[in-house]
Design a protein around this ligand. Structure first.
Ligand code: FAD
Length: 408
């Protein structure tokens, strides 16, 4: 990069935010990350499992001083299997079995911690809630107003670039697209992580390993009538499950897509699991501590993802349903492409770099969001085409740009 160093203000310190902190630093920018949570999430393990594709893994490794750590905190997922459940007879039958899948399963907080710990911690302002911003008339600088939650004081920070990594409910996106509404998918997802490190030989664990013999290397999708679940193992003896349930749209509280779960809701979920799933899976759902409920949204592809010197990345740029295992992989690729484009153009030609980022990423993420939407609707029995309709396959490898997406 030639000339002066640019200063990027990233709002959001989750996967997209920390990924951009890596790539913009590598591109020669000064970086500051504002995150409303009071401390790094890794200190209180949060979230659940996710799947990383080969391209995202290769990119993450290129950012890390100790790339092998990524392999240590992930487990291979070499099989992608869809099976149907007969809820009456309580038996399963394999529909598709894709080998050579080459994803790896990770615990969200492990990935976050790996990326975060490889950055200077002075780059992060925790407990700083983004409130608003103003852009200079020539779009060369941006002033960001932030609430320091501990002192309740409002401060102003100036930079040359605003990166919105503030998630699917992005308030920065709202300032550019005030009328944009997310699309409720028609279902919510129960999610849970069962830790069996203390009791590896319990009836639950031996039962589930027998019913799912490829556990530890297989991404299982169980399809029943108008519902489906996902199941795979994580490192450190954890089992990750997700169960999608069709229901009317719940009311969101505290600007979060994660709902508070009451005892009554839990009890009902356990009872329904027994009627739908094979006993081994229903039992796993029942013994998992503190499952949580996510409301699933996506959004029609945006026409643009930057305005002046403000740019959207991650879920802020492309809220998506989770069926293509995309969110985290897309965030990593957004960050990589953004960093490469800005590194090439330098801060003095920021608009060219942002144009190029948008030109490369928008077609890819748009197709992937729509594909994930269709996959979810088919698996939830909401798509009239149904399984196999229009030749639409269930396997992950059918995802557009599955083997690789273009980089800068
Ligand atoms: C705590 C947590 C746990 C998660 N666990 C999983 C998981 O187990 N599996 C999975 O697949 N996905 C998980 N996700 C979602 C996953 O990170 C995203 O879907 C994907 O990686 C894209 O990330 P993102 O950074 O774009 O969005 P998000 O992960 O949603 O992050 C947005 C960030 O912006 C911050 N933010 C929002 N508004 C403001 C504001 N006004 N000021 C400052 N900061 C703001 C939020 O606190 C959050 O940290 C989790 C997200 C979070 C935040």
């Amino acid at each position: 990069m030639v000339g002066k160093k640019g200063k990027a203000i990233i709002v959001g310190g989750s996967i997209a935010g920390v990924s951009c902190a890596h790539t913009l630093t590598l591109a020669g920018w000064d970086v500051l990350v504002l995150e409303k949570s009071s401390e790094p999430p890794a200190r209180s393990p949060t979230g659940a499992g996710l799947g990383l594709d080969p391209q995202a893994r290769q990119i993450i490794k290129s950012w890390l001083p100790q790339p092998h750590l990524l392999d240590e905190i992930t487990l291979p997922l070499s099989i992608d299997q869809n099976q149907s459940t007969d809820s009456e007879k309580k038996v399963t039958r394999i529909l598709t079995k894709g080998e050579n899948f080459d994803f790896r399963a990770a615990y969200w907080s492990d990935i976050h911690a790996l990326l975060y710990n490889a950055l200077p911690q002075t780059m992060f302002l925790w407990g700083h809630k983004f409130l608003s911003f103003t852009m200079s008339q020539d779009k060369s600088t941006v002033k960001v107003k932030t609430l320091v939650t501990e002192t309740q004081e409002t401060i102003e920070i100036q930079g040359d670039l605003l990166v919105a990594a503030d998630g699917c409910l992005s308030s920065i996106r709202k300032t550019f697209l005030p009328n944009l509404k997310l699309r409720y998918s028609g279902y919510c997802a129960w999610r849970g992580v069962f830790d069996f490190s203390e009791d590896e030989y319990s009836e639950t664990v031996t039962g589930i390993k027998k019913a799912y013999p490829d556990l530890g290397r297989c991404l299982y999708f169980d399809l029943a009538t108008q519902t489906h679940s996902v199941f795979y193992e994580l490192t450190n003896k954890k089992l990750n499950w997700i169960w999608y349930v069709n229901q009317p749209e719940p009311e969101l509280k505290n600007n979060s897509v994660t709902l508070k779960v009451s005892q009554e809701m839990l009890k009902k979920m356990h009872q329904e699991a027994e009627t739908v799933w094979i006993p081994e899976l229903a039992r796993l759902m029942k013994v998992t501590k503190d499952p949580f409920l996510n409301v699933i949204y996506d959004c029609d592809p945006l026409e643009r993802i930057f305005w002046g010197n403000a740019v959207l990345v991650g879920d802020a740029a492309h809220p998506t349903t989770p069926h293509g295992l995309r969110s985290t992989n897309m965030s990593v690729l957004d960050a990589e492409v953004l960093g490469k484009c800005l590194g090439k153009c330098g801060p003095e030609n920021l608009s060219f770099g942002l144009e190029e980022y948008q030109r490369i990423r928008l077609p890819v993420v748009s197709e992937q969001v729509l594909y994930a939407r269709r996959l979810g609707r088919i698996k939830q029995g909401l798509d009239h085409g149904g399984i196999g309709g229009d030749g639409f396959g269930l396997e992950q490898k059918e995802m557009p740009f599955f083997s690789s997406a273009p980089l800068a």
